[in-house]
Design a protein around this ligand. Structure first.
Ligand code: XMP
Length: 326
């Protein structure tokens, strides 16, 4: 596609002109935007770029590996990984309120990222160099939205892990500022990024932390990750990835219900499937997924995930429901 080719070359040229021979830093969230922005800058200025990935332990199965292994293999980017799972778990201990969770995750994320920055600044200083630029994966719709008050943003504070602290010591590089999401995906594909990253559904910055209704613990995260992986694998196997906007899988950790398994009684947690169709996440309808697919997901989750004895389907539109449960 010649249009995408033009966008790519034009942005690479622009980045080279802006950055010169200075050093650049970029945060990776696991999402499409930060990955494509980083890959463009890498294409433009190579090793002058260092990427930072703060692994908060709230991503879905395989996503940290997609960043650390597949993204690095596809781009050759220099990556600094901060393993911060423990930090987020202890900061979240005892917390159930959704907005408090968001604030804690946002706060810890910024702190962890700043610590990583300091380490990279020190490494650059050892070579007599300075970090001058910070890459952000801001898209055109973000630019437009940040002017006005967006309704949903007032209902839930959106801490976007891709978008970072207003770090005044850096100049911003925003190579996606003129692009829409589908253009970003096309550029990402052209840069050779893996389909799992380029085709990724929207995923909230606070991650699985707001898909556990109740306190976030390591055990609950592991359980939810397994259930979510099963639901996603079956959706993909049915060829229906493009039929849903996103499909949150939610663990009702504060709810238990009675079930039966073999000769015994169980007392386990429900998993909620929340597949939705939407254009922009501002409004949404629940997706009419085929019954046999729902049955497969339900059978597999209740059989394969210890502690879950019920799978329920959310059939609420937005409004009045939101897409996420928290
Ligand atoms: P709701 O639940 O408000 O979600 O209908 C609308 C869209 O926003 C995503 N979402 C978030 N994204 N940080 C984010 O970066 C957040 O705290 C957050 N909360 C919700 C949600 O996945 C959906 O795409």
């Amino acid at each position: 596609n010649w249009t995408t080719g033009n966008i790519l070359e034009e942005q690479v040229e622009r980045i080279r002109q802006q950055v010169g021979d200075a050093r650049v830093i970029c945060g990776l969230s696991g999402g499409v935007d930060s990955a494509v922005a980083a890959a463009l800058v890498q294409r433009a200025v190579g090793d002058q770029l260092t990427c930072v990935f703060v692994d908060h332990g709230l991503l879905r199965e395989g996503e940290a590996e997609q960043v650390e292994r597949d993204f690095v293999a596809a781009t050759g980017v220099k990556l600094y990984v901060a393993n911060e799972q423990e930090r987020f778990l202890s900061a979240l201990a005892g917390v159930s309120d959704p907005e408090t969770k968001r604030k804690i995750i946002g706060r810890e994320f910024i702190r962890a990222f700043e610590e990583a920055e300091l380490a990279i600044i020190a490494e650059a200083a050892a070579h007599g160099e300075k970090i001058k630029f910070l890459v952000q994966g801001t898209l055109y719709p973000d630019v437009v939205e940040s002017g006005g008050g967006e309704g949903a943003a007032n209902i839930k504070s959106h801490h976007n892990v891709g978008g970072l602290p207003e770090d005044l010591q850096f100049e911003l590089v925003e190579p996606l500022r003129a692009l829409f999401k589908d253009e970003v995906r096309a550029v990402g594909a052209q840069l050779g990024l893996p389909q799992e990253i380029v085709g990724r559904q929207p995923f909230p910055g606070p991650g699985l932390g707001i898909r556990i209704v109740g306190e976030v613990t390591r055990e609950r995260l592991d359980l939810l990750r397994r259930a979510d992986a099963i639901a996603r694998a079956e959706l993909t196997a049915a060829g229906l990835d493009n039929d849903v906007w996103q499909m949150p899988v939610v663990l009702l950790a504060d709810v238990r219900s009675v079930g039966v398994m073999g000769d015994g009684r169980t007392y386990g947690h429900p998993i909620v499937l929340r597949p939705v169709s939407s254009e922009d996440a501002m409004t949404a309808d629940w997706s009419r997924l085929p019954y046999d697919l729902l049955a497969r997901i339900s059978n597999r989750i209740t059989n394969e995930v210890d502690g879950v004895n019920r799978v329920v389907l959310d059939v609420t539109s937005k409004p009045p429901g939101t897409i996420e449960w928290e």
